[in-house]
Design a protein around this ligand. Structure first.
Ligand SMILES: Cc1ncc(C[n+]2csc(CCOP(=O)(O)OP(=O)(O)O)c2C)c(N)n1
Ligand SMILES: [Mg+2]
Length: 888
């Protein structure tokens, strides 16, 4: 085969003329002129009927050519020595942990492939806070944490004992498996190890930085958000799902570094294709600056010799599975299978030994190339940048792991590989010592330590570091919600509207109003919040370039660079990440914000549950409002809209405090107390409130109800007549409390049964209290037992009947704390559309069912005859053979 055929070139002389002309333009007039001419030729070709293939990928080589590389300012050899020590300590730490207990786990090969990518960041880019500008944000790939600990160890930030206790957190002496602010609150900034959430959060952190800057709240200067992720991780929809936002919003404060070691856990990421090329196309299409860092310096001379583009062609055609083979099988294999495809390429490497070929390094392992890529990425050019760095998984681990499909789960090196590793990286540990895996920290006055300290001091201090506390805010008192604590004068409004009024009140507060961030995912009108569009403005980085068609109206759609509302579009994950960024601003930017994300409760925890869990880990502070909640209250929308279980999901997050209020004053009390706990007391909790869309009149707050509202239940009404012998305790929450209230009247008027009606604002909080008390009693068997709040309230006074618009398990949570007969009604089964009345009958939660359940409970207790229950069933027209809604 001739070169002409290989390159598919029918007229090489003509080609040469064009290439020479191009080179001359580049030389004489520069790259912009080249771009202009190519663009023009493209247009001419299209016009003449020769359409050009749309290409958003470039050849499989480095984006930055050697002559354009910004030189590494540091001491290459010194940095390599330090990096080698870090590599060693990371390896020793994981191996030691697994000697203690082989179930502890840990990863070494991912960090070994990424060590240079992080080192260049630590030595030259990641800025700590300097008093004026806050620290950069860095999202570390979760499972490379041993490498980060190893660096902190050398820096003296972590002790031998901590390293020895890697993955042993229970006694408080160890280090968390992965980045977890919950477990290491002054160290890790962000939780990342649930793949995809790191990059997604990073985009919204960068977005919120721009928002804060644009509103004039904080000057972030040239602060950066770095996200390190794996090439396999890019398969997660969250990883790439928001990159268009970053491109559109021109987030030039954002840098993604994707470690393209071409492998994930099971094997190659794209064995038959090219992950780098795929990612290049996707990111460029989304408006990103793409910097490919594929090949190290040792390749440069070969590229220089490649005047015909044959080497490039070979690189373009070879698939990732083969690229992995070259590193797994060594130099001779690479000569034969890569260069050997074309005689000209074999000729090119004829003077190189097999070892030389094996040493042809990949871009992500070459500090020069990585530095140049980061320097390019750090330029503020109006676009986010992604660095696609090609590396080798298990780098330096020889046959034990290097480029092996099993690399990901390798947790130890055999003796031979271990000593080869030691030699390759020049670790001063003797053969005898080697088996004990001692950590190595250079002497305090060694050049390595001095170098490290100097680098970090120039970059303003230790990294990573997380701020635990921020300024406490002066939050509005309950009196300032006076209007919401009073009755609505007969006006019927929903609890959603009651909440929006509370929110309106908050944003008008002189001291903290500007910190409130209403966040919506295209549902503001649904919740009656459109009035805020005009009043607060919707944030847009570019303001409003058009006259909104409704500009003559009071509530027109106002977009503004200073807009306070974050409108994230139909994108619950995005809105949640924006909320999370604001909710951690107290820590990440030393500027507490009060984010309030309001959404369809059905599209909350079950849709973005993992982000909500990460919010807990992140110690987020803010309000999540699950609106249109209730399986029968949002009645017309049907099965996939009607939520009856979000509270159960909320309850699984230990620091999520959740409420299901009914009345306006309850909403006000809960929000005020949440503000106090989160922003005044600086507790790391966040709030979830469900609100509903059924209208009814709201009464004044009963005197002294505040404490009960916050604890989870309070007595709303009593129906007592001395002559009545029987009594029930009726519990309700959300709008179904009103059915319970109606049932109480019926029981009293028609059956002569007394009752207490309890508004249960939080079954979740009641359960937490009950379990806590139970635990204390278990551990203090000889002490006077403590009473839990539920039994304190109910005091064994008659059977207890609860009804809510959520599944039965929600109210059933407090069963262990109730000493009497307890009957729970709830909305188990799939939702469906119909009228509220129909649905509440279908799910058996309305007043009639509450009455029947109450009578049955009394009958079970031997207080009344079963026939009374039977009569009630007939009277209310309830069909005993009605199918169970769970099965319908
Ligand atoms: C959501 C989620 N799914 C699965 C995992 C388990 N997991 C951890 S690392 C990993 C492979 C990562 O491959 P890649 O992203 O290419 O990173 P590399 O280790 O190769 O740098 C997997 C599957 C996880 N942590 N999170
Ligand atoms: Mg990978």
């Amino acid at each position: 085969m001739t070169e002409q055929h290989i390159l598919n070139d029918v007229d090489p002389t003509e080609t040469k003329e064009w290439v020479d002309a191009l080179e001359s333009v580049l030389r004489e007039e520069g790259p912009e002129r080249v771009q202009y001419i190519l663009d023009r030729l493209n247009k001419e070709a299209t016009k003449a009927g020769a359409p050009m293939p749309a290409s958003i990928t470039t050849s499989y080589r480095n984006t930055i050519s050697p002559q354009d590389e910004k030189p590494l300012p540091g001491d290459l050899f010194m940095e390599r020595r330090i990096r080698s020590i870090i590599r060693w300590n990371a390896l020793a730490m994981v191996m030691k942990a697994n000697r203690v207990d082989s179930t502890l786990g840990g990863h070494i090969t991912s960090f070994s492939s990424a060590a240079t990518l992080y080192d260049i960041g630590f030595n030259h880019f990641f800025r700590g806070g300097d008093g004026k500008q806050e620290a950069d944000m860095v999202f570390f790939q979760g499972h490379i944490s041993p490498g980060i600990y190893a660096r902190s160890y050398i820096e003296g930030r972590l002790t031998d004992e901590q390293l020895d206790n890697y993955r042993r957190e229970v006694d408080g002496k160890g280090l968390s498996s992965y980045p977890h602010p919950w477990l290491m609150p002054d160290y890790w900034q962000f939780p990342t190890v649930s793949m995809g959430l790191g990059p997604h959060q990073a985009i919204y952190q960068a977005h919120v930085l721009k928002y804060q800057q644009s509103r004039g709240l904080i000057d972030h200067g040239d602060r950066k958000v770095w996200a390190f992720l794996g090439d396999g991780e890019c398969d997660e929809p969250e990883s790439l799902g928001a990159i268009a936002l970053a491109g559109r919003e021109k987030l030039d404060n954002l840098i993604f570094v994707i470690n393209c070691n071409l492998q994930r856990l099971d094997g190659p990421v794209r064995g038959n294709g090219k992950i780098v090329q795929e990612l290049e196309g996707v990111f460029r299409g989304a408006g990103w600056n793409v910097v490919k860092c594929l090949w190290g310096r040792h390749w440069d001379p070969l590229f220089e010799k490649d005047t015909k583009g044959l080497l490039l062609k070979r690189m373009d055609e070879v698939c990732d599975g083969e690229l992995q083979n070259y590193k797994a099988n060594g130099g001779a294999y690479t000569r034969e299978h890569f260069f050997g495809k074309y005689p000209e390429l074999l000729e090119m490497v004829k003077d190189m030994s097999d070892d030389d070929i094996m040493n042809l390094n990949r871009g992500g392992h070459d500090p020069y190339k990585v530095y140049a890529a980061y320097a390019e990425a750090s330029k503020n050019d109006g676009r986010p940048t992604v660095v696609l760095a090609q590396t080798v998984k298990g780098y330096g681990m020889f046959k034990a792991a290097e480029a092996q499909n099993t690399a990901h789960q390798t947790k130890k090196l055999d003796e031979e590989s271990l000593s080869m590793f030691r030699d390759k990286f020049g670790i001063p540990i003797s053969d005898e010592e080697l088996k004990d895996l001692p950590y190595y920290r250079p002497a305090d006055d060694s050049p390595e330590m001095k170098y490290m300290r100097a680098r970090r001091s120039e970059l303003h201090g230790a990294f990573p570091a997380r701020r635990k506390a921020s300024e406490a805010l002066e939050v509005p008192s309950l009196e300032s919600f006076k209007a919401q604590l009073q009755n609505t004068k007969g006006r019927e409004i929903s609890s959603t509207m009651a909440f929006v009024r509370v929110l309106n009140n908050l944003v008008k507060d002189k001291k903290i109003g500007h910190r409130v961030v209403p966040i919506v995912a295209d549902e503001a009108r649904t919740f009656g919040m459109e009035g805020m569009f005009r009043q607060l403005g919707i944030y847009s980085a570019v303001g409003q370039r058009y006259t909104p068609h409704d500009h003559t109206q009071i509530m027109y759609y106002k977009e503004d660079t200073k807009g306070q509302i974050l409108q994230e579009g139909i994108n619950e994950a995005g809105a949640m990440s924006a909320w999370l960024a604001c909710a951690t601003s107290y820590s990440n930017s030393n500027y507490p914000m009060i984010p309030v994300y309001i959404y369809y409760s059905m599209f909350g925890f079950q849709r973005v549950g993992d982000l909500a869990y990460a919010a807990g880990d992140s110690r987020a502070r803010g309000f999540l409002i699950g609106a249109t909640a209730g399986r029968t209250t949002l009645n017309g929308e049907g099965l996939q809209h009607e939520d009856g279980h979000s509270h159960l999901l909320a309850g699984t997050i230990p620091n999520c405090v959740s409420y299901d209020p009914t009345y306006s004053y309850e909403v006000a009390v809960i929000v005020q107390d949440g503000m106090r706990r989160m922003y005044q007391e600086q507790e790391s909790v966040f709030y979830y409130l469900t609100v509903m869309n059924e209208n009814y009149a709201h009464e004044d707050m009963p005197e002294g109800a505040e404490e009960g509202i916050i604890k989870g239940m309070y007595k709303l009404k009593e129906h007592t007549k001395k002559a009545n012998k029987k009594q029930v305790q009726l519990l309700g929450s959300g709008v179904i409390l009103r059915e319970v209230e109606a049932a109480a009247e019926m029981l009293f008027n028609d059956y002569g049964i007394n009752s207490n009606v309890w508004s249960v604002t939080s079954f979740n909080e009641l359960r937490r209290d009950g379990l806590d008390v139970e635990r204390w009693n278990l551990l203090h068997p000889e002490a006077t037992p403590r009473a839990n709040y539920v039994s304190d309230c109910l005091n064994g006074a008659g059977p207890v009947i609860a009804s809510t618009d959520h599944v039965k398990l929600f109210a059933d949570q407090i069963r262990p704390f109730i000493d009497s007969t307890f009957s729970v009604l709830g909305t188990d089964g799939f939702g469906r559309s119909d009228t509220r009345e129909k649905l509440r009958h279908f799910f058996e939660i309305n007043r009639y069912w509450v009455v029947v359940a109450s009578l049955k409970a009394l009958a079970d207790d031997g207080e009344i005859e079963a026939s009374v229950v039977q009569e009630a069933i007939v009277k209310f027209g309830l069909d005993p053979e009605k199918p169970n809604p769970v099965t319908c």
